[in-house]
Design a protein. Structure first.
Ligand SMILES: [Zn+2]
Length: 343
């Protein structure tokens, strides 16, 4: 049964078993609501200090997290679980309905709206709900994204550089539980107001992930979302059993890459039509051709050749054919050793 909640305090987060809700956030300019799906599971096998909170659909046109988390809402069985899991498959429900990165209701990017504002527009009020009603009930926070229409990434989990060594080590461990080909340490300076920024500030163990691109549903991306969260639940003892390999056994361990300096996020030097000749997840050498920017105002003109500024791994590449001057064209990340972050 889908219970509609009009006032957050009505949600009984301690109620044993599994309960599905729609949390109603009133629209700013019309009568009506955006109904945000929420499932709360309290395992029947006793408490667990590591509450888990997992989001999909923070950006509406990124589907692997939405599908993976929705399937977990159906499949997780409180009878065999300890502790509490809170699942939100479409956090920016209005953006998800619109197949859009941002909410069409207020034009706000949910992943820049934190810590939120109880008197703000709808996205800020949803962020405030996450901050005040959900964060206090979880220690582990996962926000599953993909590149949307912006960029293509290799399948990866992601986190910021974290000064606190214990928090950093546990975060890195959580990122590795998803068994993606890459875990990506990315710059905190490129954006602020992220859901994971806020969770990190509160001292939580929090990761993001980039699990596909192009507003499609990537088969492996969904698998990383679904199996990765299950592995996190096993690791923290909410589910019984050992952490499982998600990729084929023949594939090697997750590679840790880092791009924390702003210089690694290279802007397009001009408008153009982007012809990549390398792909996300590929190893590249300094000076290697990454792609060409074409100017069709003169079809005989030579393209601008874009080369790699360093040795490393392509952590992100512009997805659409038409980057505008200044948009991030690519990121070449450097490899790190897990021992540097696991401590
Ligand atoms: Zn996103």
């Amino acid at each position: 049964m889908l219970e509609v909640i009009h006032h957050f305090p009505e949600i009984d987060f301690d109620r044993p078993g599994k309960h599905h809700y729609q949390v109603a956030f009133h629209c700013d300019g019309t009568w009506g609501y955006s109904l945000v799906p929420l499932t709360v599971i309290n395992g029947l096998r006793g408490p667990n200090p590591n509450g888990v909170l997992c989001f999909g659909g923070t950006h509406g046109n990124e589907y692997e997290g939405q599908v993976g988390v929705k399937r977990l809402c159906a499949d997780l069985d409180p009878a065999v679980m300890t502790g509490r899991v809170i699942l939100v498959p479409q956090l920016s429900a209005s953006a998800c309905i619109a197949n859009s990165r941002i909410s069409p209701l207020d034009g706000v990017n949910m992943n820049r709206a934190f810590p939120g504002n109880p008197r703000g527009t709808i996205s800020y009020r949803i962020a405030n709900f996450v901050k005040t009603a959900l964060f206090p009930r979880a220690r582990i926070v996962m926000d599953l994204h993909s590149g949307g229409m912006e960029g293509a990434f290799p399948h990866c989990t992601s986190f910021h550089p974290i000064p606190d060594r214990a928090q950093c080590a546990e975060t890195a461990q959580l990122a590795r539980l998803f068994d993606p080909p890459f875990s990506f340490i990315y710059s905190s300076a490129m954006a602020s107001g992220l859901l994971t920024d806020e969770a990190e500030l509160e001292g939580k163990i929090t990761i993001g992930g980039e699990l596909g691109a192009g507003a499609s549903v990537d088969r492996m991306g969904v698998k990383f979302a679904y199996e990765g969260v299950l592995n996190a639940l096993r690791h923290y003892g909410l589910l019984e059993g050992e952490v499982r390999k998600v990729r084929p056994e023949s594939e090697g361990p997750t590679r840790l890459i880092e791009a924390t300096r702003m210089e690694a996020y290279v802007p397009a030097p001009r408008d153009g039509v982007w012809e990549p000749v390398t792909a996300p997840g590929e190893a590249v050498r300094q000076g290697q051709l990454l792609g060409r920017l074409h100017d069709f105002s003169d079809h005989t003109s030579a393209p601008v050749e874009i080369v790699s500024p360093r040795d490393g791994w392509i952590a992100m590449m512009h997805l659409s054919a038409r980057p505008a001057k200044g948009q991030t064209l690519f990121v070449v990340a450097e490899e790190r050793d897990w021992s540097e972050v696991l401590g």
